[in-house]
Design a protein around this ligand. Sequence first.
Ligand code: IPE
Ligand code: IPE
Ligand code: MG
Length: 235
Amino acid sequence: MGAQRGRETTPQHVAFVMDGNGRWATQRGLPRLSGHREGIGNVSRIAEALVACGVRYMSIYMFSTENWKRPGEEVDGIFELLVEWLGSTAAGLKDNGVAFRHLGRREPLPLSMLRSLDSICGEAPAAVSLVLGLAINYGGRAEIVDALRTLLAGPMQPGEIDEAAVSAALYTADMPAPDLLVRPGGEQRLSNFMLWQVAYTELYFSQVLWPDFDELELERALSAYRERHRRFGGL
Ligand code: IPE
Ligand code: IPE
Ligand code: MG
């Protein structure tokens, strides 16, 4: 869990809440979906910048279990854009050493999305430069419920269940907890992202809308992180 203390250098895992796509489009008089297209397109820019900085894990919140409340047209449009991105840009990232994980519940994602996710997440590249967790149909509470179901169906007795067992039953089982969580778009909340994992994560909020969140904004977030002093409850 990266439990080193003292001044930080480079985070091992940076988590992002991809927020502000809709407003980015509205401000330009464009339909919200063009903001989603731009925002999804920005993921590779940030992934590549993280690799250049030596960060090993990235996760990105792309569609929440609560986002189903949006109009069907927007939901369908987002899925179409995601499927397109998974088959093109994401596949290119994989060729360049990015290993993908799906973080989220499979049901009720459409078959096209599941196929794309299975294809991108299967067979990791030989040399992995970055592990990228795609939080699609992700909810922090749903993840904890799913972990409880896994544990209850498994061989462990209640008294044997510890924090490591819960961590291993989460969607993020083989990823360390995020060291830094970045939320662009101006909102200062988690919106049900990584509730278990962020126990000791450093939080960074930015006014910049996700489609405009570039290498310079990333450097601002990383340099803010370097100024933090993590204590993990110690002195
Ligand atoms: C984030 O952008 C993408 C998703 C939640 C799917 P939003 O669509 O939430 O953009 P805003 O917050 O309305 O600007
Ligand atoms: C959080 O953004 C979910 C994702 C980025 C996928 P929202 O735009 O859905 O969050 P709220 O509704 O402002 O809390
Ligand atoms: Mg939003």
